[in-house]
Design a protein around this ligand. Structure first.
Ligand SMILES: C[S@@+](CC[C@H](N)C(=O)[O-])C[C@H]1O[C@@H](n2cnc3c(N)ncnc32)[C@H](O)[C@@H]1O
Ligand SMILES: O=C(O)C(=O)C[C@]1(C(=O)O)C=C[C@@H](O)C=C1
Length: 246
């Protein structure tokens, strides 16, 4: 199942034509590991954070769950009782594969594991409720700009007092810092075996589709959405993760 990402060795790229389709879902674990600096740590620490913030008889949401990496990290991190982890994605190709990974995990766990449910839905029109922890791991960056505050506000309103949002994103920087951050990111991709052509084609494909914003924009919008505290708990080059508390 873990195929190597060679999509842009053969695929031509056009602006904003990247989609989470079957071809991407097939190579996704390899693609995200080789493309996002700090991905493995972000997933693993989502489990630790879920352990601290999950409360009895609440929900944990993994919005834009792809193959369910964070869904499973949260399932394994939860110590509270009566919790349910809900993984949501609008890509059928992703969810089909996520279901396979959840089933493998079900079989490996003894006793009464934390319940996991997968849902195919658009997170921009999903009703959320009774959340103690929500993860938005590299997903907000794909939501059109004018829907981002509304989505975060719905998450904040659905979050119990003291509950948490884990928000991981590719970010942008002020003009003086941006070239260095880009260069380091592309060095990371080169070191992971992507060619100049693959890096350039992926860049074209996600341009105008993955829209990064500055740290300050994220912080202020999270506060405007209804969270009371925001910290940046992790950064690796141009990828960061925030923890926002309701
Ligand atoms: C970069 S991946 C997320 C990675 C995943 N959270 C992880 O940590 O492994 C982005 C995911 O968001 C999903 N997505 C994008 N827009 C969405 C929307 N409006 N509703 C639901 N899912 C969405 C995509 O289908 C894709 O699977
Ligand atoms: O910014 C890039 O160059 C990326 O490849 C990033 C990114 C992401 O952050 O989601 C884009 C699409 C894939 O899902 C994997 C990585």
């Amino acid at each position: 199942m873990n195929e190597r990402d060679d999509l842009y060795q053969t695929r031509e790229a056009h602006s904003a034509d990247f989609r989470f389709d079957d071809a991407v879902a097939r190579v996704f674990p390899d693609m995200i590991k080789r493309s996002v600096p700090g991905y493995a740590e972000t997933v693993a620490m989502s489990g630790i954070i879920a352990g601290r913030y999950a409360r009895d008889n609440t929900r944990l949401y993994d919005l834009g769950c792809s193959l369910g990496a964070v869904t499973l990290a949260m399932r394994h991190g939860v110590r509270a009782r009566g919790c349910q982890v809900i993984g949501v994605d609008n890509s059928a190709s992703m969810l089909e594969r996520a279901a396979h990974y959840i089933a493998l995990d079900d079989h490996s766990l003894a006793g009464d594991p934390v319940a996991v449910e997968l849902l195919q839905a658009d997170i921009c029109s999903l009703t959320l409720d009774n959340a103690s922890v929500t993860a938005l791991n590299y997903v907000l960056q794909f939501i059109v700009l004018d829907q981002r505050l509304e989505l975060l506000t719905r998450i904040a309103e659905a979050t119990i007092p003291g509950g948490a949002l884990i928000l991981s994103e590719k970010i942008s920087f002020e003009v003086a810092e941006q070239p260095l951050q880009d260069a380091l990111h592309w060095d990371f991709k080169r070191a992971n075996g992507y060619s100049e052509m693959e890096i350039a084609r992926k860049r074209t494909a996600i341009e105008d589709y993955l829209i990064p914003e500055r740290e300050e924009v994220h912080r202020q919008r999270l506060l405007a959405a209804g969270f009371s505290q925001v910290i940046r708990w992790y950064q690796c080059f141009n990828f960061v993760s925030f923890l926002a508390i309701r």
